[in-house]
Structures are given as structure tokens and as C-alpha cells.
Design a protein around this ligand. Structure first.
Ligand code: FES
Length: 217
């Protein structure tokens, strides 16, 4: 699938109610006690979301640095292996990208290159399993970690923390800065004592990103 922005959902009272219910569950820190409903399958960080000049001038903020707690946001009904999806998170102006590896691993990142803020693209045809690629100066990021593998970017991509509901829908629930783990990002934003934070810290099967998700794919 090409990188495209998701279409805005049509008004749907049932969907609204489901989204509100999901928010309530997460707000109540019940994520890990609802493992039958939600599985955290991937990670992404939130870090530098704009170019250095813009950041220095205070015009834009960095992924992971936003005040407050990012909203919980549905980004797709499902993302199939080999697909990517462009979306906006945590703010409406913050470009982000989710990718599903062929083995089922799901990961999300800021789509703003940490070099000079060009758009980062998913290139399935590059590398052994695809790469996140910035065409401006040949910057390359590892799709599994967001770390720089080639080119001038000074740091890895910030991550967007993604979870996948049992129906296959994908939700963004937070961000992590460049160099910050998903656990660190989530715990910083949602609170160190929350059950999801503790589960992420422990790396339980319900929260560990990885190919076990492929059982459904
Ligand atoms: Fe991405 Fe230069 S802006 S490599």
C-alpha cells in the first residue's frame, strides 16, 4: 500500500462510543488487565519532529515534548504486513508513519527527518525488509528501531507508541523521544505506577512488540 493519509471516518455513533470506551479503559490504566481486548504490539518514539532551526526558534515542538498527555487516537482499522500508513500524531500538524513488517511487527515513528525535517517515507523495496527513507539527503532509518543506519540524520526517529485491538484496529497512545524506549516514553506520559507502564517495563507477552502478532496477520 502506498503512504497515504487515512480517510476521516464517517460519523458513526457506535464507533464514537467504542472509541470513548477505549479511552476510558486506558485512562483507568486498565490496559494490562484487559489483555483479551488490547495487545500492545509495537513501539515508536517521539523525539525531534522538526528541523533544528525551527526547534531552536521555538516555532515547532518536538515529538515527545508536547505538554500534557497525548490523546488516544485510532489511526487505522488495520495495517497489513508490508503496508505503511501516514497519519498525524500527537498533534494535527505532527506527521507520523506506521509500518507493518512482513513478520507482523508493527512500529510507528515521527515522519519528520531529524536532519532537516523532510518527510520520511516507507520504502519496502530498500534493504532486506524495507527501510524508512528520507529522500532529501539519503537519510535511512531502521524500520524496527528508528535508529539511523545511513546518511546525515543526527539521531533516530522519535517513536509513536502503537497498540492493536483484537479487531485489528491500530491506535496511537503516546510518544517516546529519540533515544527513549517505549517504556520510558509511556511511563513519562501516563505515569510510572500505571499497570501498562509496569507491564511494558517487565516486557510481558501482552506488551512486548514483536512477531507474535503475526498469528493474526
Ligand atoms: Fe532527511 Fe536531510 S532532511 S536526510
Amino acid at each position: 500500500m502506498s503512504v497515504t493519509d487515512p480517510q476521516p471516518p464517517a460519523p458513526d455513533a457506535g464507533a464514537d462510543a467504542a472509541q470513548e470506551a477505549l479511552r476510558d479503559r486506558i485512562a483507568a490504566d486498565s490496559l494490562t488487565t484487559r489483555r483479551d481486548y488490547l495487545r500492545i504490539v509495537a513501539t515508536v518514539s517521539g523525539g525531534l519532529a522538526v528541523g533544528g532551526v525551527a526547534v531552536a526558534s521555538g516555532i515547532l515542538h518536538r515529538h515527545g515534548d508536547a505538554d500534557g498527555t497525548p490523546e488516544v487516537k485510532k489511526i487505522a482499522d488495520r495495517i497489513l504486513p508490508g503496508e505503511s500508513l501516514a497519519f498525524r500524531y500527537p498533534g494535527d500538524e505532527d506527521r507520523a508513519i506506521a509500518v507493518r513488517m512482513e513478520d507482523g511487527t508493527l512500529a510507528g515513528y515521527s515522519a519528520v527527518c531529524t536532519h532537516l525535517a523532510c518527510a520520511v517515507l516507507w520504502r519496502k523495496d530498500r534493504g532486506s525488509e524495507g527501510e524508512l527513507y528520507c529522500p532529501c539527503h539519503e537519510g535511512v532509518f531502521d524500520a524496527r528501531t528508528g535508529e539511523v543506519t545511513a546518511g546525515p540524520p543526527p539521531r533516530g526517529l522519535p517513536k509513536v507508541i502503537l497498540i492493536e485491538q483484537i479487531d485489528g484496529s491500530v491506535w496511537a497512545i503516546g510518544t517516546a523521544r529519540s533515544g527513549e524506549s517505549l517504556q520510558e516514553g509511556y511511563c513519562r506520559q501516563r505515569g510510572a505506577g500505571t499497570p501498562p507502564c509496569e507491564a511494558l517495563r517487565a516486557g510481558t507477552p501482552a506488551t512486548r512488540p514483536g512477531p507474535e502478532r503475526s498469528e493474526r496477520a
